[in-house]
Design a protein around this ligand. Sequence first.
Ligand SMILES: O=C(O)CCC(=O)C(=O)O
Ligand SMILES: [Mn+2]
Length: 209
Amino acid sequence: MTASSGALDVAAGALWFREALDRQAQAALVADIRAVLAEAPLFTPAMPRTAKPFSVRMSNCGPLGWVSDASGYRYQTFHPDTRRPWPPLPAALLALWERYSGFPAPPEACLINYYGPDARMSLHQDRDEADFTAPVLSVSLGDTALFRIGGEERSGPTRSLRLASGDIFLLSGPSRLAFHGIDRILAGTSTLLPEGGRFNLTLRRVTTA
Ligand SMILES: O=C(O)CCC(=O)C(=O)O
Ligand SMILES: [Mn+2]
């Protein structure tokens, strides 16, 4: 298949694959993520300079992981608390990248976000990577999220989408640097996670291929 077959074109290069993963595939991914988190527990990132804590908790797998603390945003090879290397990328995530990314080189990082019922993520661009020709591939698991997406200008128009469990979203091409964020989580909309809330996984290239 081509990268865009079956996708809803939200904007040029912003591709929404609704219900890409069935319940069994979602549950298998959750098991993979729980195994990662047993080695690399969720941590609470903080804003650069102000050190204000994020409402989203995070971890990573793959050779590199994204972290944020008072000294800034960056990718690094190890967990900020345990100092141990990030666990490897599960095979199922590598397979999703191969199927949906349209990019020849494998992902180097998977950022794992966990949103409790009150977590949100303000409007931002993903721009800590060296190569914007590679897409960012996002997988949603658990409660539905109100996702906001605009263009390359922070002040430009935005639209709001409901990302549900099993949806895949690709920020690629002209939308690779689109502003986006999570306004809120719709608690109780999924039974996938017994504890409630939402995992979002984003697969990224970090270096130039
Ligand atoms: O949770 C989401 O769907 C988006 C996450 C995101 O934008 C990020 O981690 O950079
Ligand atoms: Mn992002």
